[in-house]
Design a protein around this ligand. Structure first.
Ligand code: M6R
Length: 615
């Protein structure tokens, strides 16, 4: 899971690649490197650390010039993060240089062969094996770079997005893809290569997204030549017009992407339902669903597969699908589902939820469900992502680029889509009254303004964060629709502040976690107006009588919990089924402020990457 960038054209390649790497750091940030061809040599600079460290190193050590180059930001798979294992990697002759996002699973056997043929290796990486395999094929078979890449990739088992050039053919970059994303930006007399379009969006709106098992030869003065890796056959490339702009992917005045993305939620939730939630007409229109309604209505069950925050959104969906549409729902960690020989039939509908659309486990679960004959529906944010392409149909969340590693707006927009699907199915099945259906349509339309109101507590939440920033453990409790929100709140705190936190259904507390309660333990309780309100009040009493500290998320105007809690975070009154869309906001802000106060790297927490494209 890494970010790759390449440039070939008339401009200086270095600033384009460096800037591109900064935008791709969400994909990995434990080391970075750049290789630029200066007209006679490949200038290579790599370092452990972030792109900023690479920039510093280059400033101190070399002057980089040239119009052809590649760069890489790494999240280590093979070999520890250090300067040597960082990409790009050179072949033994020094003629070829490569960047790679993915894993070559059979690299050990390939390496043994190459060692026998006299090749030497400096790094522990699978990528250095690949570049030397390509070099060996060029020599042995007397073929050009493109052909050698094709032959080599047919020997490789694994996943990759690669970009490679040969210093003896400086008018050409060869790229290939299987399992990891790769976009080619097409400018005037110039081409860009990247893991997504963000590195080149200010230069061109035209891009080719390579499909799995495709490669492309990008040559100055020629059209991009796309071929199938398996049989070398030519493919007519589809040039897409991109709709994202630079402002969408920059911080827009916020200190961190995460904060920007939290505050974007009123807008992006609206974007998610725009043109789909037609309150005046009393209908929900979801392009991807219209032709497949029968599949859902007649399904024996819906199986939701996802990871992390997307899995939490799936848990919220379980409540609303079963309650409104009366369809049995199972929510599975994609990573478990794919390996446990699950029973899936043609009467099942599988919904895959993924912000990035690239999560390896979710993608594998999609493929497995398809093999077993299920109808597979995707809910993704990134347009054109692998999962969105692999599923039979689906709905995009339209949340815009999410750069902060901690998912925020993707969670609320996923729930918005799932709510629309559940309501639509319930209406068609007749399992929801017209009154209830219309009420929820109207209430869903009001969610952006309620989220905006919830965001107004930011200052107060920052003060609460100041009080609790140094504690070592947190408990998060919620019931019903807000149990998954408790899990999500705990995950947010863990991943960006590194404080241990656990989410629990409030009623489960007395079956074990209550033993943890003492005067040191803050317990965040979601105690908004709901059918469970009285029960949650009892749970709060149980905590209070053991000296626990209560931080409660309450409905505006609440008096009972307000009396009992040590600190409160208010959200506007919302029908119970839609409360996760508002109760999650103070929890996102709480974790954000604690992490900032602890001086954590909020947007790029340690050990994590935005999209987990490895198992
Ligand atoms: O892109 P996806 O939604 O498939 O990603 C799934 C998880 O990796 C992701 O939600 C992860 O848990 C986030 N860091 C949570 O904030």
């Amino acid at each position: 899971m890494c970010g790759i960038v390449g440039y070939i054209g008339k401009k200086e390649a270095y600033p384009i690649i460096l800037n591109g790497l900064k935008r791709l750091e969400y994909r990995g940030y434990d080391s970075a490197g750049i290789a630029i061809y200066d007209g006679s040599n490949i200038q290579l600079c790599k370092t452990k650390g972030k792109v900023a460290d690479l920039e510093e190193k280059i400033k101190k050590e070399i002057t980089i010039k040239g119009n052809l180059g590649i760069g890489h930001t790494r999240w280590a798979t093979h070999g520890v993060p250090n300067d040597i294992n960082s990409h790009p990697h050179l072949s033994n002759s020094g003629n070829l240089v490569i960047i790679h996002n993915g894993i070559i699973e059979n690299y050990t056997s390939l390496k043994e062969e190459l060692l026998k043929r006299g090749y030497t290796f400096h790094s522990e990486t699978d990528t250095e094996v690949l570049v030397n395999l390509i070099e060996d094929i060029i020599k042995k078979e007397k073929v050009k770079l493109g052909k050698a890449v094709q032959i080599a990739l047919n020997q490789v088992v694994g996943a990759y997005a690669i970009a490679i050039f040969d210093k003896n053919k400086p008018d050409e970059i060869v790229v290939a893809k299987l399992g990891s994303p790769l976009a080619i930006g097409i400018g005037e007399d110039e081409f860009f290569v990247a893991s997504d379009a963000s590195p080149f969006i200010e230069f061109t709106n035209n891009a080719i997204y390579l499909k799995d098992e495709e490669m492309a030869i990008i040559r100055i003065g020629r059209d991009v030549e796309v071929r199938k890796i398996k049989d070398d056959s030519l493919v007519a490339p589809y040039i897409e017009e991109l709709k994202i702009n630079l402002e969408q992917i920059e911080k827009g005045g916020y200190e961190h992407f995460m904060l920007k993305e939290i505050f974007e939620q009123p807008t992006v939730i609206k974007d998610t339902y725009r043109g789909r939630l037609l309150v005046n007409k009393g209908i929900i229109k979801l392009g991807g669903l219209e032709d497949y309604i029968e599949k859902f209505i007649n399904a024996d069950r819906i199986i939701i597969v996802a990871c992390g925050t997307s899995w939490h959104a799936g848990l919220v969906a379980e409540y609303i699908f079963e309650d409104w549409a009366r369809i049995p729902v199972e929510v599975e960690y994609a990573s478990e589902f794919r390996y446990r020989n699950p029973i899936i039939t043609e009467k099942d509908v599988v919904i895959a939820i993924s912000q990035s659309g690239e999560t390896a486990d979710t993608l594998a679960a999609v493929k497995l469900a398809k093999e077993k004959g299920a109808f597979v529906y995707g809910i993704c944010n990134v347009v054109g992502s692998s999962i969105s392409r692999e599923t039979h149909s689906g709905t995009y969340t339209h949340a815009g680029p999410e750069i902060g590693v901690a998912s925020t707006k993707s969670f609320t927009t996923q729930i918005t889509v799932l709510t629309m699907i559940a309501l639509k199915l319930a209406k068609i099945k007749g399992t929801i009254s017209h009154r209830d259906f219309m009420l929820h349509l109207r209430e869903l339309e009001l969610i952006p303004s309620k989220v905006k109101e919830a965001l107004e507590s930011n200052g107060k939440i920052q003060e609460i964060a100041e009080i609790f920033k140094d504690v070592k453990n947190f408990l998060y409790l919620g019931r019903g629709h807000n149990f998954p929100v408790a899990l999500e709140g705990a995950l947010k705190l863990k991943e960006i502040s590194y404080i241990h936190a656990e989410g629990y259904p409030a009623a489960e507390m007395k079956h074990g976690p209550i033993a943890l309660i003492d005067e040191q333990m803050p317990v965040v309780v979601i105690a908004v107006n709901s059918n469970h309100y009285d029960k949650v009040v009892s749970n709060i009493q149980e905590i209070k009588s053991r000296q626990g500290i209560i931080i409660a998320v309450v409905t505006e105007g609440d008096t009972i919990v307000k009396e009992m809690a040590d600190y409160i975070m208010e959200v506007p009154k919302t029908p119970e089924t839609l409360t996760p869309l508002v109760t999650t906001i103070p929890l996102q802000l709480l974790s954000y402020h604690i992490a900032v106060l602890l001086n954590r790297n909020v947007d790029q927490p340690r050990n994590l990457a935005k999209s987990v494209t490895v198992e």
